[in-house]
Unconditional design. Sequence first.
Length: 214
Amino acid sequence: MISAVVFDAFGTLLNLQSKRHPFRQLLKEGIAAGRRPSPDDVRVLMSNPWTLQDAADHLVINVSPTRLQALQDDLDREVASITPFADGVEAVALLRAEGVRVGICSNLCEPYGASVLQAFPELDGYAFSYQIGAMKPDVEIYQSICNALQVTPGQLFGDEHDQIAMVGDSLKCDQDGPRAAGILGFHLDRSGRGAVRGLVQFAQLIIESRRSHG
């Protein structure tokens, strides 16, 4: 029986309506100033609890105070535009009413974490890349959310352990990565072409599965 469900954050539970990509812009500022980009830049940004100023300092990106403030303004506008998807709110409520433990596992930079917690407070567990120091699809972040939810993936250890499901809008991070960690991974395709087209539908599938095994 599925005892816990893990959601991705942005693109799944939360909608980022004004996409300004300030951290990506910061990396471009570095390139413009002659800094050679690293393939690990995005991973480093999302695996550390950094503000824009912290990121500029640690990555040695020379940016003027005026430009840095402009990037901060973009970040503030982006964060202010974050809203929960209605079907996400309903799906979480349905699952929790059914007694399912619910958590969020997400790759994100530190300034976005508070918005996730504000929109979905007091869930059973959270695993954010900037806190964990690992990113999806690294197995460590999936292990972290399982620990937070106090569950052990049954897909790896047999039926005596918990069945855990995860859903999100990335095939790599929310379907394939979880499956490699013993979690039932599902891909959310809001275009309507996939098996999971919305979060209420997904929650209902989980609840039906639980009741059939009850």
